[in-house]
Design a protein around this ligand. Structure first.
Ligand SMILES: Nc1nc2c(ncn2[C@@H]2O[C@H](COP(=O)(O)OP(=O)(O)OP(=O)(O)O)[C@@H](O)[C@H]2O)c(=O)[nH]1
Ligand SMILES: [Mg+2]
Length: 391
């Protein structure tokens, strides 16, 4: 499957940088292309210059709203981000539309941090413009949810995330939810390491996108997972994960009973990889709530067997009993068993629900603060009424 990826705001741009790297890796390791175009959209010129992989041209690094912000961002006001995106929508759509390999794209993937101003405000606006123009191509969004410490220090964090999620969900075909906090859970040392987190965020996309693009017979699985399967799976709230088990590259010569033991071993390792994929999902959620799911097993051809395929299928069925489950195998890896999991059409996502509830209670508080500021300003103005003006 080939994606055209667009990042909005700093977070979005950096993750697209990571997707650009992923495409380079697919090209050099596997000789295939999985990305048709990379774009970063921002109100902040410095953030655009800070990117490293996206081509430096103004068609790929798109500065919007420079008349309003002077190229310095919108300072967390996502309403302003949305307004600027509406004004400059044509500029963005034209850049996307005229990219060389536009028509090879199976879908769009738009990415933004929910808590900021530019990305949070603009992602849904541009998703809507693209959706109206290209009715047949799915538009997927990835919204990155803030770290816990950001939520506790600034109310805008929650409010921006809630408004971004609501608007994006209403226009995109599916929304990948990615919770920043999940990536520091296991290893606190990476808490400040956004680059590391970004590479973990894009990791599950590697095999998922590559599997259907293989042209060589020996890398095509018994059950090929292609763009059609992925598009059929992606609807509404979506999470994804990736897990891996190491397996020895060289084996001792076959002894009596070893074949049987080996098969059992592989099945265990496959299950362990799937376990990891599920426990490392991009957002904590209950798999029972998913209505569509997908898993991809990637391992050396000789390690894939019916027992392993059945064990993984049973595992998925157990955790997501109401889901339509699609699957595929990808005989590519050496020395590892990789499992990629996507859970989609989630009927309930606690974290999203909480953002909505908390923001609703914040609205009167924001109004009260705005009124208070106005009253104070008025008082200052009143006090100045007898002072002569120099203008
Ligand atoms: N995973 C990840 N999250 C990031 C990254 N950069 C920022 N974020 C998160 O994204 C949110 C802030 O969004 P930004 O993208 O910085 O904001 P923006 O869209 O540029 O908006 P303004 O700067 O307010 O105009 C916060 O929750 C950050 O933790 C990144 O590179 N990776
Ligand atoms: Mg910014």
């Amino acid at each position: 499957m080939k994606l055209l990826v667009v990042g909005f705001g700093q977070c979005g741009g950096r993750i697209v940088d990571e997707f650009t790297k992923l495409n380079k890796k697919a090209r050099s390791q596997r000789g295939i292309e999985i990305i048709t175009g990379v774009f970063a959209v921002n109100t902040d010129a410095a953030d655009l210059s800070g990117l490293s992989e996206i081509p430096k041209s103004y068609q790929n690094r798109i500065l919007i709203g420079s008349r309003k912000t002077g190229g310095h961002g919108v300072g967390k006001i996502n309403e302003l981000g949305a307004e600027i995106a509406k004004e400059d929508a044509d500029k963005i759509v034209d850049a996307i539309r005229t990219t060389k390999r536009f028509f090879e794209s199976d879908a769009f993937l738009f990415i933004a941090g929910g808590a900021g101003g530019t990305g949070s405000g603009s992602i849904a606006v541009i998703a809507q413009s693209i959706k109206e123009r290209y009715v047949d191509k799915p538009v997927y969004a990835m919204v990155v949810l803030p770290f816990e410490h950001e939520e506790s220090t600034e109310d805008r964090t929650i409010y921006n995330t809630a408004t971004c999620l609501k608007s994006t969900y209403s226009v995109a075909d599916a929304v990948f939810l990615v919770d920043n906090q999940r990536y520091v859970r296991k290893d606190a040392s990476i808490s400040g390491n956004l680059a590391k987190i970004n590479s973990m965020i894009v990791e599950p996309f590697y095999d998922l996108l590559c599997a259907g693009e293989e042209k060589k017979q020996k890398y095509i699985g018994a059950k090929l997972l292609d763009a059609g399967d992925i598009i059929q799976t992606l609807v509404g709230w979506t999470v994804l994960g990736h897990g891996r088990s190491e397996i020895p590259i060289f084996r001792l010569p076959k002894g009596k009973g070893q074949d049987f033991r080996k098969k059992g071993d592989e099945t265990m390792k496959g299950i362990r990889a799937m376990d990891e994929a599920i426990s490392e999902l991009s957002l904590k959620c209950n798999p029972v709530d998913s209505k569509r799911a997908l898993y991809l097993l990637s391992a050396p051809a000789k390690e894939m067997n019916m027992d392993l395929a059945k064990a993984l299928g049973d595992y998925m069925r157990d955790i997501a009993p109401e889901s339509i489950i699609r699957n595929g195998d990808y005989p590519r890896e050496r020395g590892v068993i990789d499992v990629t999991v996507v859970l989609s059409e989630m009927s309930d996502v606690e974290k999203v629900r909480n953002y909505y509830i908390k923001s609703t209670s914040l609205i009167p508080e924001f109004k009260r603060r705005a009124d208070e500021t106005e009253t104070k300003l008025k008082a200052v103005e009143d006090a100045a009424k007898d002072i002569p003006s120099l203008l």
